[in-house]
Design a protein around this ligand. Structure first.
Ligand code: HEC
Length: 172
């Protein structure tokens, strides 16, 4: 009898495992499979709730460059990007001064030569230590910020000789 006891124990232990095996074979989503966007068939809402930004939006084309777009970009940049990138884009924002990894300056050779879409893409997907802003900044606002960063770069890298006469006269 004592010899049979371990055997009985093994049999009992094997029973629930058999049941688990069936569950493992049922259809299911794997980790990181895209959310089910098919209306009515999944738990993911087909439309984003009001005043939220859908993270899974497709990349949007750049809107036309207007003074209004730049003004909006300046406002959004100040809110979302200055804490690390600083007001001039030097990468010396307040959080960096308190110990967050330092971002590169927007006035570096590489970032001056980067296409405007790069700024949109980094805000959308994040970059290294920087996390994504896709859930806080709408696609249009990401383009507005990208345009403003271009303006910041121009503001720091334009030779006085290239300025219009009336602007140059105001320089000291
Ligand atoms: C919390 C700090 C923080 C904030 C806020 C932040 N960034 Fe960054 N950003 C970083 C850091 C750190 C890096 C460098 C990351 C790395 O190289 O690992 C970086 C890098 C970048 C780069 C350079 C990518 C490259 O090619 O080297 C761009 C462009 C950029 N950020 C844009 C933005 C924009 C636009 C915003 C505002 C929507 C923003 N960042 C807000 C921390 C921040």
């Amino acid at each position: 009898m004592t010899r049979l006891l371990p055997l009985a124990f093994l049999l009992c232990a094997a029973l629930p495992l058999g049941a688990c095996d069936n569950m493992a074979k049922q259809p299911r989503d794997k980790t990181w499979t895209p959310a089910n966007t098919n209306p009515g068939s999944g738990s993911w809402p087909p439309e984003p709730a009001p005043n939220t930004v859908a993270r899974e939006d497709r990349p949007q084309p750049a809107p036309a460059l207007t003074p209004a777009l730049l003004a909006r970009g300046k406002e959004r940049y100040k809110i979302y990007c200055t804490p690390c990138h600083g007001y001039l884009g030097d990468g010396d924002g307040m959080i960096v001064r308190r110990g967050f990894p330092q971002p590169p300056s927007f006035h570096s050779e590489a970032l001056r030569n980067a296409p405007t879409r790069h700024f949109y893409d980094v805000a959308t997907n994040g970059w290294g230590a920087m996390y994504s802003y896709a859930d806080r900044v709408t696609p249009d606002d990401r383009w507005a910020i990208a345009a403003y960063i271009r303006a910041l770069q121009t503001s720091q890298n334009t030779a006085a000789a290239e300025l219009p006469d009336d602007v140059r006269r105001t320089l000291r």
